[in-house]
Each structure stands twice: as structure tokens, then as C-alpha cells.
Design a protein around this ligand. Sequence first.
Ligand code: HEC
Ligand code: HEC
Length: 349
Amino acid sequence: MNRPIRALCTFLTIITGFLLPIQRSSGASQTPSQPATSTQSVLDQEEIPRTPERLARGKYLVEGLLQCPACHSETDFSKRPSEPFSGKRLGGSIFPNSTLRLQEPNRIVAPNISSDLDYGAGRWKDADFVRALRQGIGHDGRTLFPLMPYFYFRNLSDEDLASVIVYERSSAPVHIKRPKTILSEQFKKAFQPLPPVEHVAEPDRSDRVKYGKYLVVAGHCHACHTPTDDRGTPYPDMEFAGGAPLFGPWQGGTEIRRVHSLNLTADASGISYFDEAMFINVIRNGGFPTRPLSNIMPWAYFRNLTDDDLGAIFAYLRALKPVRHHVDNTEPATYCKQCKTKHGLGSAN
Ligand code: HEC
Ligand code: HEC
């Protein structure tokens, strides 16, 4: 395999399931893309009306389930829970190539999306956000690198997306100029924008499992918790079974750590011993006192969700097919023949 191809493959492994919904897009339930017939969408308006309800709902989503500041801000990982450095919230961040396993000339930058008029998104239109979140098209027409989870965000209802945009655009300006993303020709060719989504109705909140699925898709748990092969294709029988490696300075400073996602299914090797109360506690506190969770797991954001929403997420996780796959970050890394990487308890699989 020549080097660029291998770099691409390695990269696709690292972003793990971020690409999965492409393969899935024919499956109806995760991709509610039926075109609107009669319903007029709030997203068609030139400016989405800035109501207090949307501002509050948008805050709840952005600072919770969707974790926009986690990627779009320089973050202090030495804190538990982690948080953006003061004055830098949504002001953008550069991903070191070592964390994404990329090589020059590639450079991935989560741009400044604060309301700053010079260096942020202050002059963009609401429609620019709709295109970015649903199709992966930047304000300048570029196809966005799929680390930005638009495959997942496109499933947000029109009203939730409108709320995200209203809140996001109300953020304080951060006057920091970030460099642009650079992608090699090969990467540019590899990523295509997604077709527009006409209308996504509100989720059905009466069915807990179904509503939990809506939250799990938008919160892109799948992107980190499903292992992939060296071409970035998720292992079909290992949905949410953990093991995907994530590299970054997860304890603060510059030291790059490697942490593997864990098995979220109800198998004995997963979280069969959790109940709803334990799940809520783990998310709120960032793990157990004896086994704290790494800051790459976005518990700093998920802890802001209501008990009801966390309960619905847990109900959906419980409805997943149990998969036997031991992963444990407190154990030495050994080869796993199931997901073909080295991780704690790998040899037990
Ligand atoms: C996992 C990391 C991650 C998360 C979470 C994330 N983003 Fe992004 N986002 C990125 C990256 C990286 C880019 C730039 C991609 C590129 O330049 O090709 C981006 C690009 C964008 C763009 C396009 C900017 C432009 O140039 O037009 C917008 C808008 C955006 N993100 C908004 C959001 C919002 C709103 C949220 C939360 C709902 C969010 N992002 C969550 C990583 C992330
Ligand atoms: C950015 C990657 C990422 C995303 C997104 C993510 N997780 Fe995680 N998660 C991890 C990693 C990595 C770990 C293991 C951390 C450790 O062992 O220190 C983890 C651990 C967990 C654990 C602890 C399991 C145990 O056995 O203690 C739970 C529960 C969990 N995640 C649930 C979720 C849910 C639910 C979502 C979506 C709402 C989600 N995660 C989204 C990376 C992620």
C-alpha cells in the first residue's frame, strides 16, 4: 500500500464511525430524509426568529448532547470536567496531526464559529449553518472534513436545528484568527457533500427507546463507540461494542494519550451491570471514583442533560444487540482479534 493511501485508511480508522451513516443512509430510521410536502420549515426563513424558547433549547443542546464547544474551542483538559479556556469558547481550535494520525499537508481546523465579525461566523447567514450541519458544506462552499459530525447532526429535527443556530449565533465574539483547514487532493476527492434534507419532524417523545435513539444519533455516541476496520468501515456485528482508539492530550498539557472507547451494549463484557441510576451517575460524575473516565468521553457536556433524556439514552442502549467484546483502559494493551487493534483485555476476546 502506498503511503498516502495508508494514511487515508489510518485516518478513517481514527475517525471511526464518523462515516458510518453513509453506508446506512438507505436505512430509513436513522435517516429521516423524507421530503416535506406541505409543512413549511422554520429553516426556510431568511432569519430564524430568535425566541427565548429557541435560545434555551439551543443552549441545552449545544452545551449538552451536541458538544459543539468541545471541538470548536481550545479546551483545558486538565480540569474535570474539562472546559474551554476562558474567553475562547467557540473561538476555534487546531487539531494536531498526531491526534488524527494525519500527515502534512493536511491540517484540520475547527473554525471560529463565535459571533466575531472579523474572524468568526458573525457575517454568515443562518442558511450557512443549515448547510454545514446537514450537508457538510462550509460557508465558502467547501465540503467539510467529516470529523465535523454532520452525518449525525443532519438527523436533528428542524426545530432543534433552528434552536442550535439561534443559540450558537448568540455566542460572545472571540477575536482570534484561525488558519484554514488544508486537505490533500486525495482527501478532497474522498469526501462528498450530502444531499439536502427537506424537513425533519420533531422526534416522538412518547416512545422512550425511539426518543433515546434520536438522542444517541445526534450525540454521535456511535462515532466513537463502534470500532472500524483499517478502511474506516465499521465492523457490522460490533455496533457500540467499543475498542476504537482516540489519541489526544486528554489529561491536559501536551502529552498525547491513547484511550479506547468502551462497550456500551448489555453483554457481560459491556455495561450489563449498569442500571439507569448508575448510568446517570457515571455520566454526571465522569465515571466511578475508582475508575474515572477520560476527558475525551464528552461527559463534561452530557452531564448537563436532564435525567429524563439520560434515561431515554440508557433505554436505547439497553435495546441494542449485546456484543461480547472486552475493553478496559486500566489493563495493559493486548491484541484483539475482534477489532484488530491492541487495547486493554484485547486478548480476552
Ligand atoms: C467532533 C468535533 C466537532 C464537533 C462536535 C462539532 N464540530 Fe463543527 N466542525 C468541526 C471541524 C473539524 C470543522 C471544520 C471541517 C473542515 O474545515 O473541513 C467544523 C466545521 C463547522 C462549521 C462550518 C464552518 C465553515 O467554514 O463554514 C460549522 C458551521 C460548524 N462546524 C458548527 C458546529 C456546531 C453548531 C456544532 C454543534 C452542533 C459543531 N460544529 C460540532 C468539528 C466539530
Ligand atoms: C469523542 C468520543 C466519544 C463520544 C462522542 C462518546 N463517547 Fe462514551 N466513551 C468514550 C471513551 C474513549 C470512553 C472510555 C473512557 C475511559 O475509559 O477513560 C467512553 C466511555 C463511556 C462510558 C463508560 C462505560 C463504562 O464501562 O464505564 C459510557 C456509559 C459512555 N461512554 C456512554 C456514551 C454515550 C451514551 C455517548 C453518546 C451520548 C457517548 N458515550 C459518546 C468516547 C466517546
